[in-house]
Ligand binder design. Structure first.
Ligand SMILES: [Fe+2]
Ligand SMILES: [Fe+2]
Length: 158
């Protein structure tokens, strides 16, 4: 298949990977910016994308994995949801600060980056492996459509 020749993942897994890359790039751009107003704009964009991603992912991928016959899938989904909660807490705390260029805020940004990097690494290794074991290609493709729809709904509400 063309998709495999191009090194693309199946269905929802490719959507998730694309979002992960997009969020990592935004976090790096915030890190590189010294301008408070620009940091605020980029932060809002990143936060909206990241929350819509996590919530849609929980609904479309983690929920079915929580009901898996396999213990590894269930624990991945439960741990993943818990990590999403940590990331969300960190985002809300950072969103509440007016000044986004101080040392304290920058330290929070570094911690956020570490939380997200760690989570994404686990998700793209263990999580993707569990998803490939639990769902076939057609199911993953359908989940990709659901994920994109759900994310659009959440982004429109934000
Ligand atoms: Fe993700
Ligand atoms: Fe996730």
């Amino acid at each position: 298949m063309l998709k495999e020749m191009l090194g693309m993942a199946e269905g929802i897994l490719q959507d998730l990977h694309n979002d992960h890359e997009e969020v990592a790039t935004l976090i790096d751009r915030i890190m590189d910016s010294k301008d408070s107003r620009q940091r605020t704009t980029l932060f809002k964009e990143m936060m909206t994308k990241l929350l819509a991603h996590s919530h849609a992912e929980e609904q479309v991928l983690y929920k079915p994995l929580e009901k898996s016959k396999t213990e590894e899938s269930r624990s991945f989904a439960l741990e993943g949801t818990n990590e999403h909660q940590h990331v969300e807490q960190q985002l809300k705390q950072m969103d509440g600060s007016a000044a986004k260029t101080g040392e304290q805020w920058t330290a929070q940004l570094t911690v956020l980056k570490e939380l997200v990097d760690h989570h994404v690494k686990e998700e793209e290794s263990t999580g993707f492996k569990c998803a490939r074991a639990d769902f076939d290609k057609d199911e993953l493709a359908k989940m990709g459509e659901q994920f994109r729809r759900q994310k659009q709904r959440l982004m429109a509400k934000a």
